[in-house]
Design a protein around this ligand. Sequence first.
Ligand SMILES: Cc1ncc(C[n+]2csc(CCOP(=O)(O)OP(=O)(O)O)c2C)c(N)n1
Length: 558
Amino acid sequence: MNPNPSATSAHAMLSVFAANGIDRVFLVPGESYLGILDALSDFPQIDVLTCRHESGAGFMACADGRLTHRPGVVMVSRGPGATNAAIAVHTAQQDAVPLILVIGQIPKADLRRQAFQEIDYQQMFGSIAKWVVEVTDPDKLAEAAFKALRIATTGTPGPVVLVVPEDIQQQPVAQRDWQLPARVASLPDQDTLAKIHALLCRAERPLIIAGGALDSGPGRAALLALAERFQVPVAVSFRQHDLFPNRHDLFVGDLGLANPKDQIAAFDSSDLILAIGTRLGDITTQGYTFPSLPKPSQTLVHVYPDDRAVGLHFAPDFGIVADPAPFAAALAAIDGAVVLPQRRAWLSRLRSIHDRIAAWPATRAVATDGVPFVNVVASLSASLPADAIVCLDAGTFAAPVYRHLPLTYPQRLMAPLSGAMGYGTPAAIASQLRRTDQRVVCLVGDGGFMMTGNEMIAAVDRQLPILFILSNNQCYGSIRVHQERQYPGRHVGTSLTNPDFVGIARSFGIQAERVGAVDEIDAALARGLAARQPYFIEVMSSLSASFSAPAAVDRPGD
Ligand SMILES: Cc1ncc(C[n+]2csc(CCOP(=O)(O)OP(=O)(O)O)c2C)c(N)n1
C-alpha cells in the first residue's frame, strides 16, 4: 500500500512523462514493475494499452513516436519481457524514431548476481540504444526520465532504455518539475545560406534527397517551396514516400531496395545534391555507392540536425548541422532564384525514368496459383481515401506499394526502415489510436501476421475501424524469391502451413472475408473501406507473381 501516491519515485517519473506530453503507454505487465503499474492508475491522462507480446507493444510505441515526434513509451518486465521487446529498440534506432523502453529490474541488492531473470541491459542494448540507464537511486528516477525524453528526441531521434529495479519504484521522493526546454531551431549563418543559394542558381542538374527529419508540417511545406522555387527534382529517402507529393511533376522517386541501375546512374549524373534531413544511410545510398565515396563527383550539401550523421559516410562540400525545415524554408525565401533552362531536360530525363518505374504492371492479370497481390494494391490505389495511413509489414507483398502506390500527405506510409516483420499490425493499432480521424489500412503477409497479428484484438477492444488486408501466399515469399535467385529450386524453410485466417479474424469479433479471385477484389475493398469497425480481408495470393516482378526490380521488398 502506498500512503502518499503523489510522492513516490514512480509517480515522479510518470509526472515527468506527463508534463512533457506522454499521454499513452504500451505495455505487457510484469511483476518486476508493479510499482510503476500501480502509479499509472493515478495518471488518468496517460492511456494504457495492454498488449499481447512485447514486440507488438514495442512496434506500437515506434509507430506512435514516429507520428507524434514524442517518444513512444513501452513498458515491459525484466528478462523475458525485455528480450521480447528488443526488436523495437532496433527498429527505433534504424527508423530514427524516439522511443523509451521502461524495464522493471530485479531488486537493487541482487544486481549482477545473475539473479532470476536478470540481464545487464547496458550490455544487451548498448550497441543499438542511444542511452541505457539503470536507476538505483529513487531520487534520480525523475531526472533519468527527463534525460530519456531529451536524448530520445534530439539529434538523430532514437531509443533509450530506462531500467528501474523493483524496489526503487515506490520510494518517497521530492517531486520536482522537469520540463523539457522549447526547441530552438538551429540554422546556418547567412553567408553559408547565400553560398548554397548561389550553388542552386548555377546548377544545371540539381537533385534534392529528402529525408525523415523533414517529416513535419513545416518540413513538408519548406521542401515543397524549395523544390518549386528552384524547380529541383526531389527523390525521397528510404521509405519516406509521403514527404513530397508523389504525383507532383518534381517527384522523381524513392531511394529504396529496388532502384534500377539507370535511375541511380541518372541521379548520380547530377551536378548538385542537396541531401536534406536524411542520414544518407545504407539503403538510401544504395549500399554507400550513390553518391560515390568518399568524395562525391557532384557538389554535396548535407543538412541534418545531428553532427554525428552529417558527413559520416560522404565528405560533403557543405556539411551543415541544422534543422532541415527552417533550412529549406530560409533557402526558399532568399530573393533572386535563378532556374537555368537546362533544368527542363534534366527534369524530364528523371521523370521519364520515374514514370516507367511507377507505371502499374499488367494489372488484372490472373496467375494460376492465386491473386497477384499487385492487383489488390492497384485497386486500393484507386479507392484509397485522401487521408489514408498505410501501415506495412515486411514482405514481398509490399513491393508494389513502394513502387506503384502514389501518396500525397496527409496520406502516410508507415513502414519499418528496419525491415522488421511484425511491424504492420501493431503500427496500424497505434496509428489509428493516434489519428482517430484518418483511415488506417494495414497490409501484412501471412508470415508477418503470425508474428504480431494477435495485437489486432486491440482494434476490437478500442473499436478501431482499421482495414486489415492479409496476403496469404503460404510462404515466406520474400525469402523464397531470394532463394530462387541464389539457390534455384531449393526451398528449405520457406513453405508455410496456415490456419484459417478468416476464421481467426471472426473469432476475434472482426468482420472478415476471403478474396480468391481478381474480380472479387474491388467489391471486397469497397466493403472494407466502408466499414466503420475493424474489417479483415484475406487475399489468397499468388506466389508465382512475386517472381515475375518487372525487370527493374533488383531486390525483393523486405
Ligand atoms: C522479424 C523478422 N524476421 C525475419 C525477417 C526476414 N524476412 C523478411 S521478409 C520475410 C518473409 C515475409 O513473409 P510474409 O509475411 O509471408 O510476406 P511475403 O514475403 O510472403 O509477401 C522474412 C522471413 C525479417 N525481416 N524480420
